[in-house]
Design a protein around this ligand. Structure first.
Ligand code: ZN
Length: 277
């Protein structure tokens, strides 16, 4: 994946939860028969998992963590790997649980309206909210598994972390004996799996409503789900804490806290809606 500097997004005023744009989005979602939800780090911050570039973001506070996320450095430098293993060991994601935003998205599956969740997140909190695993397309992989860079041996991350706890600061593959191990995620400088990105684009092409939630929509190719869905006639609802690089594609743009906006948009059983006076 690679980063792309978003072109200056038009600044739009914050949208009140009970407003015309919100009501339109709520009606589209309510009537949606094949809804695809695209999510980014912003949906997991309420679960205690920091995002990358926000004020309290991982890479804002610790530039070395960004270096560890670059494949070239990770493969070449044992010190980068040792740092990465300590980070994995102490990740807040191990204790994180789904928040009201994740649960609201699961409600769409429970009602039979969900085509797919396409997520940039690697924390598996969507699956933990209840989704069928086949409904969740993880474009950037998962941190809950480790993979050998040489022979592809894949096993639960906790098995490998156990070796780190036992004293191996840079564990190598147990099968081929020399391969570098890494979380089964897509690092900067690493290609996405073609089958996975194809599935994501298919979910964008086939949906009648696309809800993009918690992503700045500036990392490609994943963010292409937005123009793809728009081109194929879907309504595009963008929900985020701040403006995104794709606001110009939004049929409804809702800026605000996801943990409140998503349950309010998707509806019962997550919120008691108040009748606007
Ligand atoms: Zn191996």
């Amino acid at each position: 994946m690679h980063d792309e500097t978003p072109e200056a997004a038009p600044l739009r005023k914050d949208v009140a939860v009970i407003g015309e744009e919100f009501e339109r989005a709520r009606e589209w979602i309510g009537a949606g028969e094949r809804i695809t939800v695209f999510t980014g780090a912003g949906i997991s911050t309420d679960s205690g998992i920091p995002d990358f570039r926000g004020p309290n973001g991982l890479w804002t506070k610790n530039p070395a963590a960004e270096k560890a996320s670059t494949l070239q450095h990770y493969l070449a430098d044992p010190d980068v790997r040792k740092f990465a293993w300590q980070n994995r060991l102490h990740s807040p994601a191990w204790d994180a649980v789904p928040n009201p935003g994740h649960l609201a998205i699961y409600e769409l599956e429970r009602r039979g309206q969900l085509l797919a969740v396409v997520t940039q997140n690697i924390d598996e909190l969507h699956q933990r909210a209840g989704h069928e695993p086949g409904k969740v397309i993880e474009v950037h992989g998962t941190m809950r598994w480790s993979r050998c860079w040489t022979c592809d041996d894949r096993r639960p991350m906790q098995e490998t972390l156990q070796r780190v706890r036992a004293g191996e600061d840079d564990p190598h593959c147990l099968v081929c004996k020399f391969g570098v191990l890494k979380s089964d995620t897509v690092s900067f400088g690493q290609s996405l799996l073609p089958a996975v990105i194809d599935a994501a684009m298919h979910a964008a092409d086939e949906c009648d409503v696309l809800v993009a939630a918690g992503s700045t929509l500036s990392v490609f190719p994943a963010a292409n789900v937005v123009p793809r869905a728009k081109t194929h006639g879907a309504r595009v609802v963008i929900v985020n804490g701040e403006p995104t690089a794709m606001d110009r594609f939004a049929d409804a743009l809702l800026i605000g806290p996801l943990g409140q906006l998503l349950p309010a948009l998707i509806g019962e059983p997550f919120v008691q809606r108040e009748t606007p006076s």
